[in-house]
Design a protein around this ligand. Structure first.
Ligand code: IPE
Ligand code: IPE
Ligand code: MG
Length: 251
């Protein structure tokens, strides 16, 4: 799916933004839609609908700022356990979002990528998803990477299965297993690791988001609920990141 050269180029962090500077890959745990609605005595679904506006604003801001990859945690493997009506409302919002953003993504040279289990999504969501992936496949301005039915443990599990299968069929030797090979078999293969992980709504946890990939990511947790989050705060966080010292275990 990700074999064209433009994708390879944009997936590789340019040397100038390693360390300080703008983060190349920003990953966001978009949390707090339910609490936003509850505060207003509204149905949780209203919170998800407002959250979609924030998604639009942050995608546009990221593109303007020159972010290379924006990963959005939209639906976790655990989120399937929510009430049926909420799951189907979320799927409906996702479908509407993809449909409505096709023109905008084309205009802004944004390439869509998906990590997780898109095959678990309903047929009508898959249809517009694969349509958008195809439509934006040659875009090279930014990768919008959506985590859909994504779980870090599922990611690692499928990686182990794929590598085990390759060993059984003699495609690779056990000795060939190293960190690069593992990274190449995760859903995020070809995408640079996140430089910065932002979580809205104040929870101090990772909630089965990228596990392997965030080994050395900088973390930023804001109390702002996702529907209240916006460009101004996003830019503030990017500036905070610019002043951090990333050591990677060295002195
Ligand atoms: C994030 O908001 C959206 C998804 C997880 C799909 P929540 O729905 O988790 O909102 P809270 O945490 O209940 O406030
Ligand atoms: C994390 O939020 C998942 C997404 C943002 C898609 P949750 O609301 O599902 O996480 P927990 O339940 O608070 O850990
Ligand atoms: Mg939540």
């Amino acid at each position: 799916m990700n074999s064209n050269p433009s994708f390879q180029e944009q997936s590789t962090r340019p040397l100038k933004s390693s360390g300080v500077g703008l983060p190349w890959h920003v990953a966001i745990i978009m949390d707090g839609n339910g609490r936003w609605a509850k505060k207003r005595l509204l149905n949780r679904v209203k919170g998800h609908e407002r959250g979609m506006n924030t998604v639009r604003e942050i995608v546009t801001a990221s593109r303007e700022m020159g972010i290379g990859i924006l990963t959005l945690y939209a639906f976790s493997t655990e989120n399937w356990q929510r009430p049926k009506y909420e799951v189907s409302a979320l799927m409906n919002i996702l479908r509407r979002f993809l449909k409505s953003e096709q023109t905008e993504m084309t205009k802004n040279n944004i390439r869509l990528n998906v990590i997780g289990q898109p095959d678990r999504l309903s047929a009508n969501v898959q249809k517009v998803l694969f349509e958008t992936l195809e439509l934006t496949a040659d875009n090279s301005g930014m990768v919008l990477n959506l985590a859909l039915s994504y779980g870090g443990r599922n990611d690692i599990t499928q990686m182990v299965r794929t590598i085990a299968q390759k060993i059984i069929t003699g495609k690779i030797d056990v000795e060939a297993i190293d960190e690069q090979l593992i990274a190449d078999h995760l859903y995020t293969a070809k995408l640079a690791d996140p430089d910065l992980v932002i979580r809205t709504s104040g929870e101090m946890r990772i909630s089965n988001f990228l596990l392997w990939q965030i080994a050395y990511s900088e973390l930023f947790i804001t109390n702002t609920l996702w529907p209240d989050f916006g460009k101004a705060e996003f830019i503030q966080i990017l500036h905070d990141y610019e002043h951090r010292e990333r050591r990677f275990g060295k002195v």
